[in-house]
Write a protein that binds this ligand. Structure first.
Ligand code: UZR
Ligand code: MG
Length: 224
């Protein structure tokens, strides 16, 4: 990779559709896109017992290791590979594995507080906030936590009211003002088309852009 990366931040409440937006960009554009889930930067809580880890407020900015995220984002932007931590939601903890992530043309940082930290924001070229109604978000959260992650419904509801909702209002929702673009209802088709078009325009390889007619030059000399 020769030219510097283009970094996108995708923030928004739990269940807003951030992961779907990031995944759609990544699947459509392909290898040039590297996804950086903010979840992987939850602090290592190995020193706590499982019962204690269950009580941690994961929606508060203090739950994240911002310095590590900043350092690794800077490394990727400078063209260096990183050893990215991995997170286990069942265990509420960082795992022992690290995954080597190579620098790439497009970096997509995705997570509730992606636009929260000023220094992280400064590293981003495009700041996106995904805005979805709270009722839709809690229904998606129930579906994910209860059906996919096997948590009990009462626990999910209590956690939502005790921490997820107040922290969203205090820390996540205000970052909307930091966004360049607000996408309603998650991965809506037109917003995705526009975002993907922008990403493709940032790719250094002309041939990767749709609509560029490579037949118009001979030996690098334009024919027009
Ligand atoms: P998204 N989260 C957990 O449920 N368990 C953990 O161990 C770590 C995080 C939740 C976190 C937040 N809050 O609301 C959500 N809680 O993951 C953010 N409680 O992820 O944006 O994909 O919903
Ligand atoms: Mg997600």
């Amino acid at each position: 990779m020769s030219s510097p990366s283009f970094a996108i931040g995708i923030a928004g409440g739990t269940g807003a559709g951030k992961t779907t937006v990031a995944r759609t960009v990544s699947e459509t554009v392909g290898e040039a896109v590297t996804r950086i889930p903010l979840d992987n930067y939850y602090k290592d809580l190995s020193h706590l017992a499982f019962e204690e880890r269950e009580q941690v407020n994961y929606d508060h900015p203090s739950a994240f290791e911002w310095d590590l995220l900043r350092e690794q984002l800077e490394a990727l932007l400078a063209g260096r590979s990183i050893e990215m931590p991995q997170y286990d939601f069942e265990a509420h903890n960082r795992t022992d594995d690290r995954v080597t992530v190579e620098p790439s043309e497009i970096l997509v940082l995705e997570g509730i507080l992606s636009l929260y930290d000023e220094e992280i924001r400064d590293l981003l070229d495009l700041r996106v906030y995904v805005m979805t109604d709270a009722d839709v978000r809690i229904l998606r959260r129930i579906e994910r936590d209860v059906i996919e992650r096997g948590r009990d419904l009462k626990g999910v509801i209590d956690q939502y009211l005790e921490t997820v909702k107040p922290m969203h209002e205090q820390f996540v929702a205000p970052t909307k003002k930091q966004a360049d673009v607000i996408i309603p209802e998650g991965a809506n088709r037109m917003a995705m088309d526009l975002l993907i078009e922008k990403v493709q325009a940032e790719l250094p390889d002309e041939s990767a852009r749709p609509g560029v007619d490579r037949e118009l030059s001979v030996n690098g000399q334009a024919l027009d």
